[in-house]
Every structure is written in structure tokens, then in C-alpha cells.
Design a protein around this ligand. Structure first.
Ligand SMILES: [Zn+2]
Length: 220
């Protein structure tokens, strides 16, 4: 589910006591880890600074809403992505394992604006193999924090390489940055592509070519 939408839904439902809110949050298995009061104060300040009236009806609950949303968007800061790879099984496998089109949302740390797209994560195992959904969990945990796409790509590759001891790891990320599409150079539709290649994906052109065909296939 799109996290922004989910946050909005949560926010729009949250009228009532703090207990009610916490019960509601409990239902979605979320615990607040950000300093909400501090975010609320800061957002109120921003509203005043741009010349708005933070006490008008439409804005009255905005600081609290943003605080709840930030807890979700930055939840990865309080999570170790490596835990998802600690449950592996040993398998003789000499083929590339790829999970393509893992959608993610992250927050550009330069502008605090979202960037979103798809990650393709592949590895050639030595003997450790993990469940496919775990690769998506790693992407999620690394995405939900203030990020830059280049670092995010490297981090995912490093974590996989270190935890799985794979013969090779490849991460390709394609993303749209709202800080580029709605402000600054304003280039809607522009896609930033980054990649991190380790081991055989870096050293063996044939393995890398095989991966690119698996990722892009007829799309290229
Ligand atoms: Zn940016």
C-alpha cells in the first residue's frame, strides 16, 4: 500500500483521545518512535513562516497529521534491515535470483520531498538463500528514512553482500524525484537510474548482461 495514502487515512480517522489514537495505531502494529510534539511544533512554525494561519479550521490538525505521517515515512531509521536476512536456508543454487519491480517510497534528504520508484534486487548465492519477500523488506527498511537514491542503492547491495556472502549482488533502482518534477528544474517524467554491482555482476560482463535481460527483457 502506498504509505502516503495509508498515513492520510490514519490521519483522517484520528479524532478523539490519545488512547483512541494509540489503540488505532496498535491495530496497524505501529508504535510511534518520532518525537511527535516536536514535529507538531515545527510544522506549526513552518505554517506561520509561510504566512498561513495555523489555527484556521483546515490547518488545525495538520501538525499532528504530519507528525504521524513522519513516524511512518521515517520508520526505517529505527529498524535494522539486516534482521530480515538472518533467516536463510542453505541451498545449492548456481543461478541468479532476482526480485524485480519492488516498489518503494523514500524521502529525499536534501529537500524532504518524496521520491518513489522501483528497485530490482538480484544475487548469485554461494549457499545462503533467503525468502524472496525478505529482499523487499530490506528495500523497505532502507527506503524509510531520509535518503539519497545513490546511497540507498549502495546500502542495499552492501547489506546483501555482507549478510548472504553471495557470489554477486546487483541492485538497480529507478525513481522519480518530486524535488525535480514539481520544483527546481521541473522535469516531470524524468527517471533517475542508479545501480550497484558487486562480485560476479561487477567482474563478469556476461553475468551482468544476463541480469539486464532479466530486468528489462523486452522493455529495452
Ligand atoms: Zn531532492
Amino acid at each position: 500500500m502506498n504509505p502516503v495514502t495509508q498515513a492520510d487515512i490514519l490521519a483522517s480517522q484520528s479524532v478523539g483521545s490519545l488512547e483512541d489514537e494509540q489503540a488505532e495505531v496498535g491495530q496497524t502494529h505501529r508504535v510511534f518512535r518520532v518525537d511527535r510534539q516536536r514535529i507538531e511544533r515545527a510544522v506549526r512554525e513552518i505554517l506561520i513562516a509561510i504566512g498561513e494561519d495555523p489555527d484556521r479550521e483546515g490547518l488545525r490538525d495538520t501538525p499532528a497529521r504530519v507528525a504521524r505521517m513522519y513516524d511512518e515515512l521515517f520508520g526505517g531509521l529505527h529498524e535494522d534491515p539486516r534482521v530480515h536476512l538472518r533467516k536463510f536456508f542453505t541451498e545449492k543454487c548456481d543461478e541468479v535470483i532476482l526480485v524485480r519491480d519492488i516498489s518503494f517510497n523514500s524521502m529525499c534528504e536534501h529537500h524532504m520531498m518524496p521520491f518513489m520508484g522501483k528497485a530490482h534486487v538480484a544475487y548469485l548465492p554461494r549457499e545462503r538463500v533467503v525468502g524472496l519477500s525478505k529482499l523487499a523488506r530490506v528495500v523497505e527498511a532502507v527506503a524509510r528514512r531520509p535518503q539519497v537514491q545513490e546511497r540507498m542503492t549502495e546500502q542495499i547491495a552492501d547489506i546483501l553482500e555482507e549478510e548472504l556472502g553471495a557470489k554477486g549482488v546487483a541492485v538497480v533502482i529507478e525513481a522519480v524525484h518530486t524535488c525535480m518534477t514539481i520544483r527546481g528544474v521541473r522535469k516531470p517524467g524524468s527517471l533517475c537510474v542508479t545501480s550497484a554491482m558487486r562480485g560476479c555482476f561487477r567482474n563478469r560482463p556476461s553475468t551482468r548482461a544476463e541480469l539486464m535481460t532479466l530486468i528489462y527483457g523486452d522493455r529495452r
